[in-house]
Design a protein around this ligand. Sequence first.
Ligand SMILES: Cc1ncc(COP(=O)(O)O)c(C=O)c1O
Ligand SMILES: [Zn+2]
Length: 411
Amino acid sequence: MTGFATHVECARCNTDYPVDQIAQVCKLDGGPLLVRYDLTRVRAAVTREAVTARPATLWRYRELLPMTGESIVTLGEPVTPLDEAPRLGAALGVPRLRVKDEGLLPTGTFKARGAAVGVTRARELGVTVLALPTAGNAGAAWAAYGARAGLRVVVVMPETTPEVIVRETSAYGAETYLVPGSIADAGKVVRQACDRYGWYDASTLREPYRIEGKKTMGFELAEQLGWRLPEVIVYPTGGGVGLIGMWKAFQELRAIGWLAQSAKTRFVAAQSTGCAPIVRAFEEGWDESEAWPDPRTFAAGIRVPKALGDFIVLKALRESGGTAVAVSDDDIRATMRAAGEAEGMLVCPEGAAALAAAEGLRRDGWIGEDEQVVVFNTGTGLKYAESLPGATPRRLGANELPEESAALRRA
Ligand SMILES: Cc1ncc(COP(=O)(O)O)c(C=O)c1O
Ligand SMILES: [Zn+2]
């Protein structure tokens, strides 16, 4: 197979670069590079029906992915479920709620999508060492896929990263470093090391392929809804790659005729009140965000003080008629508990932030009662073991029985 990708293009100045060489960011303005495809050829080469008949993994969309060879790096990525959540929807006041549950992917988060495609492409380009800063889950995912591909992986993360994620990353054999501060501080270390040692910089939007993996969330969602889009998509936004990826995915699907030209969705970026640079920029009418001075939230994945692709996120929000909302860590915690108790869904704090944002927008009337709302739960709550909500278990003494009433549950 040789692929359908034709070049990579700067998202700022539209300068083209070859797709068959290592390209990190635009040499002129440092802008992120996006992969472009010969969509006329894709349209002639494959149909929706053919894709649907393939195995249920993200690779079924291979004509719209950047690989050139047959050899992929995979840990078995399932199409993630788009769950109905009637009890949780009732609790949040969002009757037509669906949850796309990314916690079922290898390494327990949607970061597996970006890592699977990103590592596949890095190996194709002859990369042997890659380094990345991370809020946590991307480091774990790239470590796992790097191990699978036999590459050397160096990960730098904030010292406040949840412990399970730090240990998980080491367990995949990645050289794992902790630094004070946020992902921005980790990013400075990685950039210097990559400059000094000539390593491949796999930071968010500093290589063009991670986003291609993440956009498969959009392909899957459109396919699961019978090739249409929900009225609203709520996405927990850190670097914003998932949101930009889906926005790009829908443009590509419209271009090849798999989605109607009229198929629209309003994107909502959910952040924490402790780190809300996109929300602030959206409200102020800015084209770019300002770095958030002291980012604090236990939702580690959305603790990103300034995203390289912030200007694309803001454009996607505005052009789609969407919005940006910040919720408190207390609301995030309460919503984690509500999802667990109402539906048996152990959502991550980031996913809970998105659910809480949907609740607030429905209460304000921004989301209508009849509107279909898809919320992304970007990972499993198991990775945040120390933050899981719920009543403290009670130790039973000898000859003691559990309470006949639901006293412990209410505790
Ligand atoms: C669980 C989780 N959700 C959401 C995000 C934010 O992702 P994005 O860069 O796509 O905004 C992250 C990033 O680390 C994450 O780990
Ligand atoms: Zn440029």
